[in-house]
Design a protein around this ligand. Structure first.
Ligand code: SF4
Length: 308
């Protein structure tokens, strides 16, 4: 079995889910899952923005967006624009990126710059010390450190809270002057006073195609909000640190235990909604009023041919 941080994370959260995922793939995808897929595809593309939009549409044509009560078309369009502008901003900051590919036993999720710095990209609704600590302790960081035995940089992109099918942050939302169409995000620091008068209009980027991504990012920069949206922390690797040795031992032991993961394992209810990429897609099975398996829900799950 090829191990990766995602599988380790799922194992930690719920053995039962890991067992389902060995055999079944959901036909649905969460908004956050779609955003990650589009961004990861765009980051290594020559035209990140267009690649993000195209990938969002491509995935949405093959997997139904789990958009709850909200308009799926609106959310898909929003996510395409969001992934696009984040990909452009990351590429402006980091330069060309490639995916790290290592060996047959570990599948890395890191992106490498031309100068060899490896980044773990995390999309977060907000960023604070608790979030940094949680990320630093996670398999997404520790697994990569232990498997690759090299330092990495944790790069968090703040995408804001999700409300009514959209992510609320400066990447997507600004205000426009009612007469001269000046775009703004915040009162410029140092000016004081009330910069915005009544009448400034809230705008979503995907509804203002005439505002180029370049202009949107330039105004974010001049309003001093861009730097707080992408934050990087270097994570050192120390070969002699006993905690790294323990993590490597754990990787091997968990890989063995994963082989016996069972769909009959007890439910881990605190993990059903708290996951890295949206709610667990197997809730339709676990929360069904009678005992069923994914095979009973072929409109929601498709069988994976071979997981080896
Ligand atoms: S719905 Fe909850 S209990 Fe069921 S597989 Fe997912 S995380 Fe586990």
């Amino acid at each position: 079995m090829i191990l990766n941080a995602y599988k380790l994370d799922v194992w930690d959260r719920c053995e039962r889910r890991l067992a389902f995922e060995k055999e079944w793939e959901p036909k649905t995808i969460s908004p956050l899952g779609l955003l990650y897929l589009a961004l990861e595809h765009a980051l290594i593309s020559d035209d990140p923005e267009q690649a993000a939009k195209d990938e969002t549409i491509r995935v949405a044509q093959t997997r139904e967006l789990d958009s709850g009560d909200h308009n799926a078309f609106m959310t898909i369009r929003h996510l395409g624009y969001l992934a696009g502008i984040i990909a452009v901003a990351l590429r402006q900051r980091l330069g060309p990126l490639t995916k790290v590919e290592v060996d047959f036993s570990w599948e890395s999720a890191l992106f490498e710059t031309a100068s060899g710095i490896r980044h773990r990209i995390e999309l977060v609704s907000h960023w604070d010390d608790d979030r940094l600590r949680a990320a630093a302790h996670s398999w997404r960081v520790v697994g990569e450190l232990a498997a690759l035995q090299a330092p990495l940089t944790l790069t968090a992109v703040v995408i804001g809270p999700q409300r009514a099918g959209r992510r609320h942050s400066y990447w997507s939302k600004g205000v426009l002057h009612p007469t001269n169409s000046t775009l703004r995000f915040e009162r410029r620091r140092g000016r004081g006073g009330n910069d915005f008068t009544r009448g400034w209009e809230d705008v979503w980027r995907e509804q203002r195609a005439e505002i180029s991504t370049e202009r949107w990012l330039n105004v974010m920069r001049s309003d001093n909000v861009l730097d707080e949206m992408i934050l990087s922390r270097e994570i050192a690797f120390n070969r002699d640190d006993p905690r790294m040795g323990r993590a490597r031992k754990d990787l091997i032991e968990i890989a063995c235990r994963m082989k016996n993961a069972s769909t009959k394992a007890p439910m881990r209810r605190s993990s059903c909604d708290e996951t890295g990429r949206g709610a667990c897609p197997f809730q339709h099975v676990c929360y069904a009023p009678k005992e069923i398996t994914p095979a009973d829900l072929v409109h929601i799950y498709r069988q994976i041919e071979d997981d080896s």
